[in-house]
Design a protein around this ligand. Structure first.
Ligand code: ADP
Ligand code: ASP
Ligand code: MG
Length: 403
C-alpha cells in the first residue's frame, strides 16, 4: 500500500512530537508500506515569519513573502528526516522544487496545476520514507509560491491523487471532524463520516480543520480522507462521497471571524451598476461573499457585501478610486462582524431549518445582519463579539451535542 500521511504544525511543534510522528510513520513503513509524509511548519512558525516580514516591510512583495514562508516547511521536513535516520530508517526530505509541484503563478494563493511523481517514486522504490514540504508550489517563473494558510492539507491530497495512493490521512491536534470547533463548543460531537460536499461547505465557512481546497481536490479525484489525531489512536473521521449519516438535519456549525462588511450607499438604481462594482473587484482578485441590495428609492439604492479582512483595504482603495464612475455617494465599512454557518445535506428536504437557526439566535438576543444560503448551507452575519455564544446557541438549538 502507498499511504500519504500529513501532520500539521502542532503535531511537529517540538522534538518530542517530531519523534512521535517519526515513530508512527516508521511503524507503517515496517509493515511493508510505501510512506509519503507531508508536513507543515513547526508550531507557530508561519505566523512568526509573517510577523518578521511585517516588521521589516508591512507592504512586502508577495513573491518575497512566499520565499520566506516556504522556509518553515523546509525546516520541519529536514528535521523529520534526521529523526528517522536517528531511529535507523532511511528517509529523504524533498521540497516542492525537488518533487516539482507545479502551481499557478499567484503568490500567497497559488493552486496546483500538475505534480511530477518520478522523484518520489524513485525514492520509494529504494525503500525510503519520503517527506515532502506542505503548503508550497513552484510557478512558471521557477519561483516558490504558497497555497494559502492551511494549505498543507491540499499538498497531501494532491500527492495522494498524483501517486494514486491507497490512503490519505490527515493528522491534527483534534480527534477528527466535529459538529463544531471543539475548542469553542465543548459538547461538540465527533462525526464518523462526512460527505465531501458538507466538509467543503464547513471548511469554506471557517472550520479550519481542513483546507477547503484540499476537500475540493479530494472530491475531484475521489481521494478518501481520514482526519484523526496525531496524539492518540482514536479512529477519526472519514471524508467521502456518500456518508452513512445518522439521520441528522445538519452535520455541523462553523464560525468565521475573518470577515468585513462594506456598504456602498446611494448608487444609482439602474442596470449595470452592480456589474461595474463587482466586475472591478473581481478583476482585482477580491472575493466577495454575501451580497445584500436594498430596495431602490428615489433612483438610488444601497449595496452591502462581505470580503475577507485581508481584502478590506484593497477593496476600499478600489471603490474610492472608482467612486464617481460607480455612482457611489458614500462608502461605509466595519471589520467587527463574523459569519456563522450551519451545513447539512438534510436541510435540502426539510423546511424550517432557517427558522430554527433564527430562533436559536433570537433566543440568545443575537441580531442578524445579513443572510446567504446554498443548497446545503445557511450563513448569517452577526457581531464578532457574539460568535462563540452564537456557535453554542445554534449547536444546542439543533441538538447536535453529545447527550
Ligand atoms: P493543523 O495544524 O493540524 O493543520 P489546524 O489548526 O489547521 O491544524 O486545524 C485543526 C483545528 O481546527 C482544531 O484545533 C480545531 O480547533 C479547529 N476546528 C475548527 N472547526 C473544527 C471542526 N468542525 N472539527 C474539528 N476541528 C475544528
Ligand atoms: N504552515 C502553513 C500555515 O500555517 C500551512 C499549514 O499549516 O497547512 O498556514
Ligand atoms: Mg491546518
Amino acid at each position: 500500500m502507498l499511504i500519504v500521511k500529513k501532520f500539521g504544525g502542532s503535531s511537529v511543534a517540538n522534538k518530542e512530537r517530531i519523534f512521535r510522528v517519526a515513530e508512527r510513520c516508521i511503524e507503517e513503513y515496517k509493515k511493508g508500506n510505501d510512506v509519503v509524509v507531508v508536513l507543515s511548519a513547526m508550531g507557530d512558525t508561519t505566523d512568526e515569519l509573517l510577523a518578521k516580514a511585517a516588521d521589516i516591510n508591512p507592504n512586502a512583495p508577495k513573491r518575497e513573502l512566499d520565499m520566506l514562508l516556504t522556509t518553515g516547511e523546509q525546516v520541519s521536513v529536514s528535521l523529520m528526516a534526521m529523526a528517522m535516520h536517528a531511529l535507523g530508517v532511511s528517509a529523504v526530505s524533498l521540497n516542492a522544487y525537488q518533487v516539482m509541484m507545479h502551481s499557478t503563478s499567484r503568490y500567497g494563493n497559488a493552486r496546483f496545476k500538475r505534480i511530477d511523481s518520478e522523484r518520489i517514486r524513485h525514492e520509494l522504490d529504494s525503500r525510503k520514507i519520503v517527506i515532502v514540504t506542505g503548503f508550497q508550489g513552484v510557478n512558471k517563473y521557477d519561483d516558490y509560491t504558497t497555497l494559502g494558510r492551511g494549505g498543507s492539507d491540499t499538498t497531501a491530497v494532491a500527492l495522494a491523487a498524483a501517486l494514486r495512493a491507497d490512503a490519505c490521512e490527515i493528522y491534527t491536534d483534534v480527534d477528527g471532524v466535529y459538529t463544531a470547533d471543539p475548542r469553542v463548543v465543548k459538547n461538540a460531537r465527533k462525526l464518523k463520516e462526512i460527505t465531501y460536499d458538507e466538509m467543503l461547505e464547513l471548511a469554506t465557512s471557517g472550520a479550519k480543520v481542513l483546507h477547503n481546497r484540499s476537500v475540493e481536490m479530494a472530491k475531484k479525484y475521489g481521494v478518501q480522507l481520514v482526519v484523526r489525531s496525531s496524539l492518540n489512536l482514536e479512529e477519526g473521521t472519514t471524508v467521502k462521497e456518500v456518508a452513512k449519516m445518522e439521520k441528522m438535519l445538519i452535520s455541523g456549525v462553523a464560525g468565521d471571524k475573518n470577515t468585513a462588511r462594506i456598504s456602498v450607499l446611494g448608487v444609482s438604481d439602474q442596470p449595470g451598476v452592480a456589474f461595474k462594482i463587482f466586475h472591478t473587484l473581481a478583476k482585482n482578485n477580491i472575493n466577495v461573499d454575501i451580497i445584500l441590495q436594498s430596495v431602490g428609492r428615489e433612483g438610488t439604492k444601497d449595496i452591502s457585501f462581505t470580503v475577507s479582512q485581508e481584502d478590506l483595504k484593497p477593496a476600499l482603495a478600489i471603490l474610492e478610486e472608482y467612486q464617481e464612475p460607480m455612482t457611489i455617494r458614500e462608502i461605509k465599512w466595519e471589520d467587527t462582524v463574523a459569519k456563522i454557518s450551519i451545513v447539512g445535506a438534510g436541510m435540502m428536504s426539510n423546511p424550517g431549518v432557517a427558522a430554527k437557526l433564527f430562533e436559536s439566535l433570537y433566543n440568545n438576543g443575537i441580531n442578524i445582519n445579513m443572510i446567504s444560503t446554498s443548497e446545503i448551507r445557511i450563513t448569517v452575519l452577526i457581531d464578532e463579539k457574539e460568535i462563540d455564544k452564537a456557535m453554542q446557541a445554534v449547536h444546542d438549538g439543533f441538538g447536535l451535542g453529545d447527550v
